[in-house]
Design a protein around this ligand. Structure first.
Ligand SMILES: [Zn+2]
Length: 428
């Protein structure tokens, strides 16, 4: 078992195993030195793309409350709201105040925190819900109504004409109260395209700040997303918000496609928690966007706060951070194969697309296995303050491999192999 940790404090010896000189540029992203003149990694950008200007609507306190394990008491909600604000998200979306008396009180408390982030609440598209939302002092109201044939038939039973009539009334009311308003269809991708485009056009004319596209069942692909958002971009003048569930593992890719197609706002939650297996995770979206739009992301978001934010939420809902989580998974920046380690030690960008130091983290080159190489071992020898020739390092590497063929090794095991070999050499 690999028990190392990708800590920001060098907690535990392994994290100190390799920290080569930073190859970062001033914006902190790995230097482009050595990159080919053209490559498939070059980002696609055109006049409609918003990859350099997107905003985050952070929904841990709304969508996240729909996560199977979630129960947020008031104190926890306040802590999470402050941590999200410190991270720099643009909006914090909270559970509808209509859900329960405590939800109503909590919504008010979060509005009174005086955060930099705007506070939104997500309510059904009807006058009673909208009035309650405005009463709480929110900066914006996110209206939602189901438009797919499934929802129209099996949920609320309203026709498209009826939906439009109600929507326009509620939008007019919210606007008259001087707060932002977003109108979203639910299950947008399984709604009739002509129907929802007509509806969005009408609400855009009524002056909404944003329209929302929601992949409520998580079935959309990046290409479907691009097509729908691109079409919508040609129909409305307002901002476009997108909400992607992760049932088929496409939530981050869909978010990127949406931004490339002209969407302006992406819904996220910390660690992706939400209904079923959740939505676009904030951290994974940051990993994607720090590569796509490094300057924008590094200036705008407090990336070094990501790990503690994820730990706060993981604790609150009693889950572990997954081992393969982008950025903060325990092996996200662990290099093991000897051939990788050699190159990483010479120039980290050879095998890393993201510089861990941007997130206040360190990379770790593992030497505790039979696939290690002598360059990695040499680096560890130097860290231990020992002097050996290359020939000696190669010899001790052979000993490590011999032992690693028999049983799994921890860093302490390899360190003691190195130290006892060194002692033998000195005593000779
Ligand atoms: Zn959702």
């Amino acid at each position: 078992m690999c028990g190392t940790c990708n800590g920001d404090t060098n907690g535990g010896a392994p994290a100190a195993a390799a920290n080569p000189p930073s190859q970062s540029t001033t914006n902190g992203v790995h230097s482009a030195q050595g990159l080919p003149k053209s490559s498939p990694y070059q980002s696609v950008q055109d006049y409609i793309s918003n990859v350099n200007s997107f905003k985050i609507i952070e929904s841990t306190l709304r969508e996240g409350e729909q996560f199977a394990n979630a129960f947020f008491d008031t104190e926890t909600k306040l802590k999470i709201a402050k941590a999200l604000d410190n991270f720099g998200v643009d909006y914090i979306e909270v559970t509808s105040p209509v859900s329960s008396p405590q939800s109503y009180e909590d919504c008010k408390r979060i509005c009174q925190l005086g955060l930099k982030a705007k506070v939104l609440t997500h309510v059904r598209c009807n006058m009673d819900d909208a009035r309650k939302a405005v009463e709480c002092g929110v900066d914006g109201v996110d209206l939602v109504i189901g438009t797919s044939s499934f929802l129209r038939e099996y949920s609320h039973g309203k026709s498209m004409e009826m939906i439009q009539k109600i929507a326009l009334e509620v939008i007019e009311y919210v606007k008259s109260q001087g707060v932002e308003v977003r109108f979203s269809s639910e299950d947008s991708f399984r709604s009739d395209l002509v129907d929802i485009l007509a509806l969005y056009k009408a609400v855009d004319r009524a002056g909404v700040n944003r329209v929302g596209v929601a992949d409520t069942v998580g079935g959309a692909t990046p290409r479907m997303t691009y097509d729908l958002v691109r079409t919508l971009r040609g129909v409305v003048g307002c901002d476009i918000e997108c909400h992607f569930h992760d049932d088929t593992g496409c939530s981050v890719a869909n978010a990127l496609s949406a931004l490339e197609a002209g969407a302006s706002h992406i819904d996220t939650s910390v660690l992706g928690i939400g209904e079923r297996n959740g939505i676009t995770p904030l951290g994974a979206l940051m990993a994607r966007m720090v590569v796509t739009a490094p300057e924008y992301v590094t200036k705008k978001y407090n990336l070094k706060a990501l790990k503690s934010l994820e730990e706060l939420v993981a604790d609150a809902v009693q889950i572990n951070i997954p081992f393969n989580n982008p950025i903060t998974g325990f092996c996200a920046f662990t290099h093991k194969a000897g051939i990788h380690a050699k190159a990483i030690l010479a120039n980290p960008s050879t095998y890393e697309i993201i510089d861990p130091s941007l997130f206040g983290l360190t990379r770790y080159v593992s030497i505790n296995s039979r696939i290690t190489g002598w360059n990695a071992v040499k680096s560890r020898v130097e860290q231990l303050g020992l002097k050996m020739t290359d020939e000696q390092v190669k010899e001790v590497t052979a000993k490590i491999k011999q032992m690693a063929d028999i049983r799994p090794l921890a860093i302490d095991d390899t360190d003691s192999i190195i130290r006892s070999y060194h002692l033998d050499v000195v005593q000779q």
